[in-house]
Structure formats: structure tokens, C-alpha cells
Design a protein around this ligand. Structure first.
Ligand code: AMP
Length: 495
């Protein structure tokens, strides 16, 4: 074997249900009838969708009548392409890796067939869904509950920041569906010897936002979770972006999993208008306030402002408070109760603006979000795609405005290269923007003082120390070569 060839373990547990074949794998892009899954397990069946040519209805996918009626009641008239391709495969018992754009209906693509099978056999915890963020876990639970309303579905959410004892009690009652973040589910499994047995008959493991879940940092957690699950389960992975880890997984699982791809690199939808405004750093807040003041004129119902750091999020929150702008703050230095309350206020329309770090950049589905503002430009184009994907969902229009300062020009070029689109300039008149400069600067001074007095720095220090300790315990701090660690991460799960 060549020295730099990736070490692929053929027994990777995610897809270890069926025995792996030693024959050479053939990769085919198929256009066969998607209702008749391939019986040839020696072939890696890759389905690349032509979104405009698939014309199936929910009745064609093999779902039960109750599920078809539920879709109707929820206003889902036709299955989206990812649903058309993946639902029959999942119902046929196949493992599936689905790659499709954010907002393409991925959740129902796995939730519907899982619930369909659950309705036939309701024993124990039927499905475990792992998702990277707490907010996504709650959102997934909402969607499962809506789709499974007529089944009296029992669904529980296991995430950090909530009471461990209550969560253990909930698990011991064996709900039908458990939706968890990796860290907290590991804690429950580690702390209580009765918890692993709860998953002994689990039929489905779903990794939502699989690229993030499989990213460096969750390997210990996933190893523990996988060790509790039966080998003969079905494994479903859904992601909006392709990464090295998913690619490795695909190669490992080449003769077993069905792979659906409607992924053409980092794409943003055509209904999204993407603009930038080039500004001096010193007046960034002034521009932000100006854009917010124009929301009503632009017909924008609600907006998310993304920042890169928790402290920026909090500082901007204080600034907005000084300026009497109603905003909610969402970042990881807030308690889970406050995070949920912020999201609830925003989702229900009580506040029109959400200030958030990238904790809110993935998967959140809030139909009223018409505008995404990048206060800081993300370092990686992938994060930009996730952020702007919070608007212009399900065929709707939306606007993304990026505030660019001198140091961020390169980042914008990288993003434009990746998404294959050029951003337009957001039009604003400098003299109008700067009308409020004194007011904003004064408010910023007060916000800075409140920030210093509020103990945020101490909180951040404590959090950082806790994180370092946890990384040290996992042995992650010792590994200096991150690139190498990334490459071998998927294989390490099998150790
Ligand atoms: P997701 O990609 O799972 O976050 O879904 C994005 C949005 O599309 C959610 O609001 C879903 O309720 C909605 N959705 C999912 N499937 C369909 C469908 N077949 N028809 C209409 N809307 C859908």
C-alpha cells in the first residue's frame, strides 16, 4: 500500500450490517426506476438526481396511507427530490447516505420512512438520531412529532445544558425516537449502566448534518454510542456538504449503502440574492444599524445576524439594547434555557432579529427569515453556505448581505470561487448611513462598559478552561498534526 494512501477499515461500524464483499466495487450513476432498489449488493449505486425530471407523488414511494395523509395535512403536496430518491430505499431496508442542499426536505426524507416502519413495530427505542447542535435537536423533534402525530409518537430530546437525571428517566421509559447531541448521550451512557440496554433493539441510527457529526471532536462520543447499538440496524446519513470524512465513509461502504447526491459543491439557491457592502472596520456597527433600520422598507420580516465569536454576539446584543432594537442572542455561552427562549422569541416573531454565532448556522428552518447578515465573514466557505441557507428556503426568496472590511476581502473571494457566483454590491448612500454615527458610537461606549462590568470575560475564561480539560481528557490536545488527525478520524471510530 502506498505510504499516503488512506487507511480504510472495511468494518467501519456505520455500515457493518451486511458482510463486506471482497470483490472489486463498480461505481455506477444510475437512472433506473427508483422504486426498485438494486438487488446487486456488489454495486455502489450512486443516484444523482435531475430535480426537474422526477415526477413522483407521495403515493408512489411505498408509504402507508396514514403517512401520505399526514403529508397532505402538513401541506407537503409533492415529495422533494431527496425524498423521492431516499424514501423507497430506506423502506426497502437499505443504508442511505443522502447529500442535498440545505432546505431540500432532508428531515422528512428520513423521518417519514422511519415512522412508517415504526408504525409496524413499536418496540423500545426504535430510532436514535444524532445531530450536532441542541437547537437542531429540538427542531428535529418538532418535525418528528408533526409527522408522527397520528401515531402518538413518544420522542425525547437529549442535549447538554438540561438536567441529566430527568433525561435518564426519559430514556428509561423507552421513547420511540431519541434525538441527541453526541456529548450528552455519551454522558448518559457512561453514567448509568442501564442506559445502553435501552438501545439494544434500535432499528435506525440517523446522523443528521453528518459531515459535522463526523468531524473531529466527536469521535469518542460516537464510539460509545455505536457500541450500544445492534449491528443489524439501518444507518442513515444526511448532509448538505461533502467532506473528506463522508468521502472516506462512502468508499468504505461502497458495496452496501445507497448514495443519493444532489450536491454539486458548495451551492447556494438561485432564489437567494447575495450582496456585499465594503466598509471601514470602525463604522461596521453604523452600517449594521443602518441596514436594520431599512428592514421594513425592504419588506423583510426577520433577520439573522451572524458573528464569529460569542463575545461579539453579546457585545452587539448590548449595543442593540442601548439603541432600543429588539434582538435575541443565541450563542454557546448562554444557558440552554436562555438559548431556547431566544430561539422561541425569534421563531414566534416576538423579536425580528436574531444575533447568533455559527451554532445557528446549520439546519435551522424558520420560514420568516428573509435576511441573513454576515457581520463577520466566516473563515470557511462551507460555513457561509450554511449561514445563508437560513433564508431563501423551500423555493422562497431571500437576501444575504455580507459586511466586508479590508482584512476580509480574501475570504469573500474564496467564497465566491466556491459557490461559483459573484456577489452584487448592496446599495446604500454613505451620507445616510453616517447620519446616526454619533448615536451608534455613544451606544457602543455604554455597551462596552456594560460588557466589562457583566463578567463575560470571566465566564469565557471558565468555559475555555473546561473545554481544554475535556479535550485533554479525550487526549485530543496532544495531537499536533490536525490534518493527519482529520484523515484518520473515521477509521479511528472502529478501533
Ligand atoms: P429541511 O431541509 O428538512 O430542513 O426542510 C426544509 C423545509 O421544507 C421544512 O420547512 C419542511 O417542512 C419543508 N418540506 C419538507 N418536505 C416538503 C415537501 N415535500 N413539500 C413542501 N415542503 C416540504
Amino acid at each position: 500500500m502506498a505510504e499516503n494512501e488512506p487507511q480504510i477499515d472495511k468494518n467501519f461500524p456505520l455500515f457493518s450490517r451486511k458482510p463486506s464483499s471482497t470483490t472489486t466495487t463498480t461505481t455506477t450513476t444510475t437512472t433506473t426506476d427508483i422504486n426498485t432498489p438494486s438487488s446487486d449488493t456488489n454495486q455502489f449505486v450512486k443516484q444523482t438526481s435531475d430535480i426537474n425530471t422526477t415526477r413522483l407523488n407521495f403515493t408512489d414511494l411505498g408509504l402507508s396511507d396514514w403517512a401520505i395523509n399526514t403529508c397532505k395535512e402538513l401541506g407537503m403536496k409533492k415529495p422533494t427530490p431527496v425524498q423521492q430518491h431516499c424514501i423507497p430505499r430506506i423502506l426497502a431496508g437499505e443504508d442511505v447516505l443522502g447529500l442535498a442542499q440545505t432546505g431540500s426536505g432532508k428531515t422528512a426524507a428520513f423521518a417519514l420512512p422511519v415512522l412508517n416502519r415504526l408504525a409496524e413495530d413499536r418496540y423500545g427505542v426504535f430510532c436514535l438520531v444524532i445531530t450536532p447542535t441542541r437547537e437542531l435537536a429540538y427542531q428535529l423533534a418538532e418535525q418528528f412529532r408533526a409527522l408522527g402525530a397520528c401515531l402518538n409518537l413518544r420522542c425525547c430530546v437529549i442535549v447538554g445544558g438540561m438536567d441529566v437525571i430527568n433525561q435518564t428517566k426519559m430514556l428509561m421509559q423507552r421513547p420511540h425516537v431519541v434525538i441527541a447531541t453526541p456529548g450528552r448521550i455519551k454522558v448518559l451512557i457512561d453514567q448509568n449502566p442501564d442506559v445502553p440496554a435501552v438501545f439494544s433493539n434500535t432499528k435506525f441510527l440517523v446522523l443528521d448534518e453528518a459531515d459535522r457529526v463526523l468531524d473531529v471532536g466527536f469521535e469518542e462520543e460516537l464510539k460509545v454510542v455505536f457500541s450500544c447499538l445492534p449491528k443489524n440496524r439501518q444507518t442513515l446519513l444526511f448532509s448538505a456538504t461533502m467532506t473528506d470524512n463522508l468521502q472516506t465513509l462512502l468508499e468504505v461502504s461502497a458495496n452496501k449503502a445507497y448514495f443519493y447526491e444532489a450536491y454539486e459543491g458548495f451551492q447556494t439557491v438561485d432564489t437567494l440574492k447575495q450582496q456585499y457592502v465594503f466598509i471601514p472596520k470602525s463604522v461596521k456597527d453604523v452600517y449594521l444599524v443602518h441596514i436594520l433600520s431599512r428592514m421594513e422598507d425592504m419588506g423583510i420580516r426577520s433577520a439573522i445576524i451572524f458573528v464569529s465569536k460569542c463575545r461579539t454576539c453579546h457585545l452587539l446584543g448590548l449595543l442593540m439594547e442601548e439603541l432600543d432594537h429588539d434582538v435575541a442572542e443565541l450563542h454557546s455561552h448562554k444557558s440552554q434555557a436562555l438559548r431556547l427562549s431566544a430561539l422561541h422569541k425569534f421563531k414566534s416573531g416576538k423579536v425580528p432579529v436574531l444575533l447568533a454565532t455559527d451554532v445557528a448556522s446549520r439546519g435551522l428552518d424558520i420560514p420568516t427569515v428573509d435576511l441573513v447578515i454576515n457581520y463577520d465573514i466566516p473563515r470557511y466557505p462551507r460555513d457561509y453556505v450554511h449561514r445563508v441557507g437560513r433564508t431563501a428556503r423551500a423555493g422562497r426568496g431571500g437576501l444575504a448581505i455580507s459586511l466586508i472590511t479590508q482584512n476580509e476581502v480574501e475570504l469573500i473571494h474564496d467564497i465566491e470561487k466556491e459557490i461559483g457566483k459573484q456577489m452584487e454590491e448592496f446599495e446604500c448612500k454613505e451620507n445616510e448611513v453616517l447620519e446616526n454615527i454619533t448615536q451608534v458610537f455613544n451606544a457602543r461606549r455604554v455597551a462596552n462598559m456594560k460588557f466589562s462590568d457583566g463578567g463575560f470575560d470571566e465566564l469565557e475564561k471558565t468555559r475555555k478552561a473546561q473545554k481544554m480539560k475535556s479535550l485533554e481528557e479525550k487526549g485530543l490536545l496532544k495531537k499536533k498534526n490536525k490534518k493527519r488527525k482529520r484523515k484518520t478520524h473515521v477509521n479511528k471510530l472502529t478501533e
